[in-house]
Design a protein around this ligand. Structure first.
Ligand code: CA
Length: 224
């Protein structure tokens, strides 16, 4: 999943990026409110972690502008201790969850998993499609109970497809959610990754819908 971390404390931003990347996410960062507002307004993220105390434009204003512009991605707000009024305001203007600093990284990761699940129909940390089971807590994949060794990119791609099981996802969307923006890649990179996933998981683990993209499971009724 593609996550934006908005935090001006360098150390915390780095720790957050590291922990989220370790959990299999693509992470981008913004260190001030204006940059964050621009990225959240123009890019497509699966989730945003937003510190409220930011230079240039504070987090509450950033969130207010996103929501006023119909940007509906889940937003997890980080607040300083003893700022209950800030929390209330953030929730009122559309934050989906909050964490008070300092927090344990494990708790942040658990809340991130919960928010990502809430977007779709998933109710547990395990994604299941046929014989394939993807454990989002430990970034592990098994097929019929046997562990399958995937590279970080293969895992991200499979995670995104299983998260959206039943929907054909275009190559452009997959590229956005699997690679960091500055990552050098070949134009057929997604096809190559899909080929590797099929070799490791079975030819029909990832299916092609001509003209639309790739999907796992059965296509939803009424899907294009
Ligand atoms: Ca701050």
């Amino acid at each position: 999943m593609r996550i934006l971390v908005v935090e001006d404390e360098r150390k915390l931003a780095t720790d957050l990026a590291k922990a989220l990347a370790g959990a299999g996410h693509v992470v981008e960062e913004a260190g001030n409110g204006e940059h964050a507002w621009f990225l959240g307004d123009t890019e497509d993220y699966d989730l945003i972690i937003l510190d409220l105390g930011l230079p240039k434009l504070d987090g509450v204003q950033v969130l207010k502008r996103w929501r006023a512009n119909q940007r509906t991605m889940p937003v997890l707000v980080l607040t300083a201790r003893d700022s209950w009024s800030e929390k209330v305001e953030a929730i009122d203007i559309g934050a989906d969850d909050y964490l008070t600093k300092p927090f344990r990284m494990e708790e942040l990761l658990a809340r991130v998993r919960a928010l990502l699940r809430r977007q779709t129909k998933h109710s547990s940390a395990m994604l299941e499609v046929g014989e394939i089971l993807l454990d989002t807590r430990h970034s592990r994949v098994t097929k019929a109970g046997t562990p399958v060794d995937l590279s970080p990119l293969e895992y991200r791609l499979l995670h995104y497809l299983m998260h959206h099981a039943g929907r054909a996802v275009s190559q452009i969307e997959l590229t956005e959610h699997v690679y960091s923006q500055d990552f050098e890649r070949e134009s057929n990179a997604i096809e190559v990754l899909i080929g590797r996933l099929r070799r490791k998981l079975g030819a029909d683990a990832v299916k092609t819908r001509r003209g639309y993209g790739y999907y796992t499971g059965e296509l939803d009724e009424g899907a294009p």
